[in-house]
Write a protein that binds this ligand. Structure first.
Ligand SMILES: NC(=O)c1ccc[n+]([C@@H]2O[C@H](COP(=O)([O-])OP(=O)(O)OC[C@H]3O[C@@H](n4cnc5c(N)ncnc54)[C@H](OP(=O)(O)O)[C@@H]3O)[C@@H](O)[C@H]2O)c1
Length: 330
């Protein structure tokens, strides 16, 4: 597995990381076999996916608990990230949404993120977090970035977190974060068929030596080529109403992937490997964050960590993805 440095920190991780959202289960992803999730995390570490990402809201604490159990006897081998700022303890905050009987609020106040950290450390059975992300900024109002960042810097000084990160931000947010101290990584949605970050955020990260950890690179499984037109999306699941999962758009993706069978043959790899390798090749600043909760998925995905695609193939894939993006918008 190739590795890359995380921002300007002294941490380095495999270019493919393991996201543990699905491991949380609940109505977003459906129920799970936790023992299998733990084996999947162990296999990920063995195969060089050293960065394990979770968040309190994934399964309302369950993902963090499973990750905590998995890492208990091998904590030092992992780079562990979790997040703050989405809370369901009380009604304080903004932009609330309901899920699985909980009302979740965005809250990045110093007091609230301090409580988030203590809860996460307990569930994760650890006394430090390698990378601590703010999960979502309030759309309007909410705590100032100065307040949030001051508290994060305090946590860093105390040794409870090692690296500060932010997720779902824009460049104005980042300008503000960087006024108060070092921020080494952001986590944003990016896939071959969703390239919105390429215009501003990616160049910003390249200029400021911030790692861009890209989530949902497989469009939640669709870009593995294993989801067919007859797949029925469970009501309320994470795939419901997702742009590329809607029948007419799904067909565009499936047809595009079918056109790459010569590439999977040429490289002797799975379709998802091509997609992960394309994503990692987009910039030296990128770390690819893919989800997996089954052994065979992580074993397959790990093979992308050493896969280098020829420039002509990368360009062809980019052109094909551009073409279906254009068609889907017309
Ligand atoms: N910061 C944020 O706001 C935010 C938002 C979303 C995600 N994230 C993070 O990013 C991580 C990755 O996002 P994601 O889960 O949406 O990404 P993804 O990598 O696009 O999709 C993951 C899903 O794809 C399927 N899959 C993966 N490998 C496969 C394989 N080899 N064969 C068949 N299916 C395969 C699995 O679905 P099944 O489990 O159904 O089999 C898996 O759960 C999350 O776990 C989370 O840590 C962060």
């Amino acid at each position: 597995m190739k590795t890359r440095k995380i921002g300007q920190s002294d941490l380095e991780a495999g270019i493919l990381s393991l996201g543990a959202w699905a491991i949380g289960g609940g109505s977003w992803w459906g129920e799970n076999d936790d023992e299998l999730s733990i084996k999947t995390i162990h296999s990920a570490l063995d195969k060089g996916l050293t960065w394990i990402d979770t968040a309190p809201v994934y399964g309302f604490g369950h993902s963090e608990e499973v990750v905590g159990k998995a890492l208990k006897d091998r904590r030092s081998r992992a780079i562990l990230s979790t997040k703050c700022g989405l809370q369901w303890r009380n009604q304080q905050g903004s932009d609330s949404f309901s899920r699985d009987g909980h009302e979740v609020y965005r809250n990045l106040s110093a007091q609230s993120i301090r409580q988030d950290l203590e809860d996460s450390l307990r569930r994760l059975q650890t006394d430090y977090i390698d990378i601590y992300y703010t999960h979502w900024q309030a759309r309007k109002g909410g705590a100032s970035i100065e307040e949030t960042m001051t508290e994060l810097l305090k946590m860093k000084q105390e040794g409870k977190i090692r690296v500060i990160g932010a997720s779902n931000v824009n460049t104005a947010h980042l300008d503000e974060y960087l006024k108060y101290g070092r921020l080494d990584v952001i986590q944003e949605k990016f896939s071959m068929v969703d390239r919105r970050i390429e215009s501003e955020l990616l160049p910003y990260c390249e200029e400021h030596q911030i790692t861009l950890q890209t989530y949902s690179p497989l469009e939640q499984g669709l870009l593995t080529g294993k989801i067919r037109m007859d797949y029925v999306i469970p009501a309320g699941s994470v795939h419901e109403n997702k742009f590329w999962w809607i029948a007419e758009n799904r067909k565009l993706v499936i047809d595009m992937l079918n056109g790459w069978s010569d590439l999977t043959e040429k490289y002797g790899c799975a379709m998802g490997n091509l997609v992960i390798a394309w994503t990692a090749a987009r910039s030296e600043q990128i770390n690819v964050l893919g989800g997996a909760r089954k052994l065979e998925q992580v074993e397959e995905n790990a093979k992308a960590g050493d896969l280098i695609l020829d420039k002509a193939d990368l360009d062809r894939m980019t052109r094909d993805a551009d073409a279906i993006i254009t068609t889907s918008q017309s």
